[in-house]
Design a protein around this ligand. Sequence first.
Ligand SMILES: Cc1cc2nc3c(=O)[nH]c(=O)nc-3n(C[C@H](O)[C@H](O)[C@H](O)COP(=O)(O)OP(=O)(O)OC[C@H]3O[C@@H](n4cnc5c(N)ncnc54)[C@H](O)[C@@H]3O)c2cc1C
Length: 434
Amino acid sequence: MNPGTAQMCLPKTTYPRIVIVGGGFAGLALVKGLRNKAVQVVLIDRNNFHQFQPLLYQVATSGLEPDSIVFPFRKQFSGYKNVVFRMASVEKIEPSTNTVFTDKGAMQYDFLVLATGTTTNFFGLEKVEENSLGLKNIRNSLNIRHMMLQNLEQAAITCNEEERDALTNFVIVGGGPAGVEMAGALAEFCRYILPKDYPEYPHSVMRIYLIEASDKLLSSMSAKASSKSLEYLRKMKVEVLLNEAVTGYDGTLVTTKSGRKIIANNLVWTAGVKGQFPEGIDNEQIVTGNRIRVNEYLNIEKYSNIFVMGDLAAVITKESPKGHPQVAQVAIQQGKYLAKTLLRILDNKPIEPFRYKDKGSLATVGKRRAIADLGRFRFAGFFAWILWSVVHIMSISGFKNKLVVGINWLISYFTYEKSNRLIIRNFKMKNRRK
Ligand SMILES: Cc1cc2nc3c(=O)[nH]c(=O)nc-3n(C[C@H](O)[C@H](O)[C@H](O)COP(=O)(O)OP(=O)(O)OC[C@H]3O[C@@H](n4cnc5c(N)ncnc54)[C@H](O)[C@@H]3O)c2cc1C
């Protein structure tokens, strides 16, 4: 029998079964909200851990070790008596039979919640996709870290200047929070780590380019945030190219719309995401960005027992004609909301629509500098950076992780030191796992 159609083993229950696909910010908030309630919760994720995506760039640039920003589901759910975790990749859903098919087996649901998030969108640029790295999960971060460290070692070996430039130059595509934060962290690596670890390099080695197609950075934040981030990055010697788009990349040469050519063996793509979800959803429910359209109760109207939340959900209303922003706060608030809503549906009680409360945005540009948009208050600099640090430490899963990240940042604040820069596997672009 095909493993995808054999029934997966699950504990017997008399409670209704809620199957949640994806344990990101949204899925995790929903599981927490259903803890020890009169439902059986089955969380399916292709990884056995939750990952804290906002700090992926720190792992990529050797600022943090990977296990400080990921947390195992099974450890998280100890004491959650009604929660079952299954590590599997969901491939297909069949609404007519209430069945989920995974690569390890199938299961039935009473309610299904899709929270599978997004994947990197290369907008059809096949060569760019083939030769560059995205920044969407912990494997991507480790790939970037290894690519960079291996290339720096190779640069020390070669006597050919052009080859050395290609090996040390870094291009980041996309001027949103991920690109800006990545560029800031790399600039600090270049300034404080490179001269210590690689004293043989000339001072000018490792140029960092940040390429953004629109006319500003951090376009989802305020005008002040955009101009401050640009000012900070330029001070840190990052070459920011605005109104510029990457059109091709062969692994060494980046070409742009205006005809510019940049030599770089390192290219990280943060310029876009698209929704990812299993087969079985009608095409008519899919909207821009490959997101699934849902109503204000996060329900796909055609299927009364299927819900979608987080980055994947497009709640299109008059107030949010393009859907809510794809940020952690939306995902967490939707997870909490849906826990209450599903319990009310099961109790035959009336339900309220989802309302997003925007608590503001924060982004950091290296150490000691961040930008904060909090309602009417817009500020930048050291205080914003302290706020950014506290908010991130509070949001990471697990007490030990909070402590480790806090101590790491404290040490690095005073010493500019980063994690050990170890090359513990041989990274090859061709063999990478995405
Ligand atoms: C580099 C980066 C930086 C960011 N910085 C910020 C920030 O500073 N502030 C902010 O608010 N937001 C930030 N975000 C956005 C934020 O991380 C997302 O909005 C949030 O993670 C969305 O949560 P989610 O639960 O919808 O999806 P995700 O967190 O992406 O979780 C999806 C889960 O689904 C699982 N999955 C996917 N497909 C399948 C499948 N077929 N079968 C089984 N499991 C599957 C995945 O393994 C994953 O665990 C950042 C994102 C990135 C990539």
